[in-house]
Design a protein. Structure first.
Length: 347
C-alpha cells in the first residue's frame, strides 16, 4: 500500500514535470516573442547579404525586438535557420511567435520596396539617391555604371550614360545589388523606347540619346509650366535644323557647375566647356540632368512653329516670350533684364 502511494506520488510529480516541459516547449515555439517599440504594429529588419546567424541575432537584439533571445536562438538552430540565412528587408509584426518569425526569415519572403528617382542632376547624385533605398552603396553603383564593359555593351560613354535611366517609381527588393539595379534599368529603358517612340525619333532625325540630351535642356529651361515644354523643344529643334548654336543658359550653368546661379552674365558665355552652347554648335556631349518622361515626350511631340529665340517673361510667371527675329528678342530680353535689375537679382 505504501509502495503504491509512492508510485502514485512519483507518477504525479513526473506528470507535473512533463507538463511543465511541454508548456515550456509550447511557449518557446508558439507564444509571441516580439516586442515592438512605441506600440507600433510593425517594424522592419534589414539582413545584409552574406550575413551569418550572429548578425541576424544582433539585428533583432539591437532593435529590441525579441522578448527572449535564447528561445529564438534555440528554435532557430532546431529548424536549421542558422545555416540558411537569406538577406532582405522583412516586416515584423507584434503577433509573431518564434516559429513564425523563423519561417518568415528562412523563406526569404521579404516586402518589396518602391524605389523612386527624379530631379537628378548627374550619375553621382543618382547613385547617392538609389543607395539610400537599396542595399548597394553609391560607390558600387557608380563603379558598375562607369564600367567599361557595361558602357561598351550599350554603345554609351561616361558623358551620355545618364540617358539610360528613365525617372519613375520601380519595385525592388532591398537586397538588390548594383549589377541587378542596372540590369533592371536596361530592361526599363528598352521598354520605354517602344516602337511608337522609336518612330518619332525618325521623324525628328535624332537618336534616343540625343533626344534625352535635348530633353534635359528643355527640363531645365522650363520646370514650372510644363505645358510650355513642347514649344521650347520645337524652338531648339528649329535651331538645330538651322545649324544655329543652342545658346541655352542651363547648359552654361551646368558648365560652370554653380547651380545657384539665377542670372547668366556675358562673361559666363566665354567659359571653355563642351557644354557651353553659346560657344559650340549642336547638342552637348551628355544630358545636363536626367530628364523626366514628360520632358522626353515633349521633345518627341514638339510643337511646330518658327520661333528661334526665347526669354523668360518679365512678370516672373514662369512662362517665356518667344520671337522669330533677333530684333524682337532684344526687346523681350531688355524687358526681362530691367525686371531683374528692379528685383536686384544680379547673379
Amino acid at each position: 500500500m505504501i509502495i503504491n502511494k509512492k508510485i502514485i506520488s512519483f507518477t504525479f510529480i513526473l506528470l507535473l514535470i512533463c507538463s511543465g516541459l511541454i508548456y515550456e516547449l509550447y511557449s518557446i515555439i508558439y507564444q509571441s516573442n516580439i516586442l515592438l517599440p512605441n506600440n507600433s504594429e510593425k517594424e522592419y529588419i534589414y539582413i545584409p547579404t552574406n550575413a551569418d546567424f550572429n548578425t541576424v541575432v544582433n539585428k533583432l537584439s539591437e532593435n529590441g525586438l525579441l522578448i527572449n533571445i535564447n528561445s529564438f536562438k534555440w528554435l532557430a538552430k532546431q529548424k536549421k535557420y542558422d545555416i540558411n540565412i537569406k538577406p532582405g528587408k522583412y516586416r515584423i509584426n507584434r503577433k509573431l511567435n518564434n516559429n513564425e518569425l523563423i519561417n518568415l526569415l528562412r523563406s526569404g519572403q521579404q516586402d518589396p520596396i518602391n524605389v523612386t528617382f527624379n530631379n537628378v542632376r548627374n550619375i553621382e547624385q543618382l547613385a547617392s539617391n538609389i543607395s539610400l533605398q537599396i542595399e548597394a552603396d553609391s560607390k558600387c553603383i557608380i563603379e558598375a555604371i562607369y564600367d567599361t564593359n557595361f558602357l561598351n555593351k550599350y554603345s554609351m560613354n561616361i558623358e551620355n550614360i545618364a540617358c539610360l535611366f528613365i525617372p519613375n517609381t520601380y519595385q525592388f527588393y532591398w537586397n538588390t545589388s548594383a549589377e541587378q539595379f542596372l540590369q533592371r534599368m536596361v530592361r526599363e529603358y528598352n521598354s520605354f523606347w517602344n516602337s511608337e517612340r522609336k518612330s518619332k525619333l525618325k521623324d525628328i532625325g535624332l537618336s534616343s540619346s540625343e533626344v534625352s540630351i535635348l530633353a534635359s535642356i528643355v527640363e531645365k529651361e522650363q520646370n514650372i509650366k510644363l505645358d510650355e515644354r513642347p514649344i521650347i523643344a520645337g524652338l531648339y529643334l528649329n535651331r538645330i535644323r538651322k545649324n544655329m548654336k543652342l545658346e541655352s543658359d542651363p547648359t552654361l550653368i551646368y558648365a560652370i557647375g554653380d547651380f545657384s546661379i539665377n542670372r547668366v552674365l556675358n562673361k559666363d558665355k566665354k567659359i571653355e566647356s563642351p557644354y557651353n552652347t553659346y560657344k559650340y554648335k549642336g547638342l552637348p556631349p551628355g544630358p545636363i540632368c536626367i530628364p523626366s518622361i514628360n520632358a522626353i515626350d515633349a521633345v518627341l511631340n514638339s510643337v511646330s512653329h518658327k520661333f528661334i529665340f526665347m526669354c523668360a517673361k518679365e512678370d516672373f510667371s514662369g512662362y517665356h516670350n518667344f520671337a522669330k527675329t533677333y530684333t524682337k528678342h532684344l526687346i523681350n530680353a531688355r524687358r526681362y533684364q530691367k525686371a531683374l535689375n528692379k528685383m536686384k537679382i544680379m547673379r
